[in-house]
Design a protein around this ligand. Structure first.
Ligand SMILES: CC(C)=CCC/C(C)=C/CC/C(C)=C/CC/C(C)=C/COC[C@H](O)COP(=O)(O)O
Ligand SMILES: CC(C)=CCC/C(C)=C/CC/C(C)=C/CC/C(C)=C/COP(=O)(O)OP(=O)(O)O
Ligand SMILES: [Mg+2]
Length: 281
């Protein structure tokens, strides 16, 4: 029983759902770039992404353990399911796994991996407490999965940049809503997040404008001929969910950010369906 509880603690520390989802985005990036012929490179890129995302989540919880004791006492470290020391060792092992997986990829992909791993290590201590900067870093990291997957198999083409932009802008909006949710604990820790600096309503207004722009821009892959009806069938409800949830953030930021996340995962499925349909067609 204790072993299951500890294993669950490590899986939760890595936020394995996010890590696998990030790996899917890297796969889509390679898929959109037409590079599934390079199975080895695609597999290494996906493994590097999953390991890096897990490492970033684990090191974030390690550095956030005091804030989380206020905001999220049920998380693995504050709840005692994983010790801080073990969490740090786990993060280091995942970072090493990401480096080992990325080191034999093409130069541009390796450069993206080095930049991203550095940003993940630095995020919590350097960027998170700066207004909007932490949100922009997480937004870039999430969108960069598409660039990383494409760079693993060849040059990065315009359709991949579109996917990068969509994922980054939607993620930025959700991060702002998450910061509104965490204002209490962040203020206690002296973090200068966007809602603390400009106020919660102004932050939520910015998140709404950014999310509206992202949802409008989600038509670009169809306009550009990258995706067709299979993509639209999923991205339209995803857009409605993400935008509607962002507006709901004025009433209940916690529920809002959870539903934005669900919308982004549906949007990721739209990318997969859109690309798969072009192969089947
Ligand atoms: C308008 C449009 C079509 C946007 C595209 C949205 C899209 C596909 C976004 C990507 C979402 C996704 C599947 C991300 C992978 C998981 C990940 C790395 C998320 C970053 O999470 C950072 C967050 O702070 C973690 O918090 P939590 O999720 O609460 O654990
Ligand atoms: C492509 C490669 C090699 C790497 C990409 C790695 C990815 C996709 C990173 C995505 C973003 C990520 C996992 C960031 C880690 C830090 C993190 C969990 C930020 C959010 O944490 P907080 O701002 O503290 O909020 P919560 O802890 O409450 O979620
Ligand atoms: Mg945190």
């Amino acid at each position: 029983m204790a072993a299951t509880r500890t294993l669950g603690g490590y899986l939760e520390l890595a936020r394995v759902g996010n890590a696998v989802a990030a790996g899917v985005l890297t796969f889509v990036g390679a898929f959109v770039a037409g590079g599934l012929g390079s199975v080895g490179a695609v597999a290494l890129a996906v493994v590097a992404t999953v390991a890096a995302t897990g490492a970033g989540n684990a090191v974030n919880d390690y550095f956030d353990r005091d804030i989380d004791a206020v905001n999220r006492p049920d998380r693995p470290i504050p709840s005692g399911r994983v010790s801080a020391r073990a969490a740090a060792a786990f993060a280091a092992a995942l970072f090493l796994a990401a480096v080992v997986a990325a080191v034999s990829l093409p130069p541009l992909a390796l450069a993206i991996a080095v930049a991203n791993l550095s940003a993940l290590v630095a995020y919590t201590q350097l960027f998170k407490g700066l207004p909007a900067v932490g949100n922009l870093v997480v937004a870039y990291l999430t969108g960069s999965t598409f660039l990383f997957g494409a760079a693993a198999v060849g040059p990065i083409a315009p359709p991949t940049w579109t996917l990068f932009g969509l994922a980054a802008t939607a993620t930025f909006a959700r991060e702002v809503v998450k910061d509104v949710e965490d204002v209490a604990g962040d203020r206690e820790e002296g973090l200068r997040t966007l809602p603390i600096v400009v106020g919660e309503r102004a932050a939520l207004s910015l998140a709404t404008v950014v999310m509206a722009a992202a949802t409008l821009a989600s038509a670009l892959p169809v306009v550009g001929g990258t995706f067709g009806l299979a993509y639209l069938a999923l991205v339209v409800p995803a857009d409605a969910t993400m935008l509607g949830a962002t507006v709901w953030g004025f009433r209940d930021p916690s529920t809002a950010q959870t539903w934005i996340k669900r919308g982004t995962f549906l949007a990721a499925a739209a990318f997969v369906a859109g690309r798969a349909a072009t192969v089947i067609a």
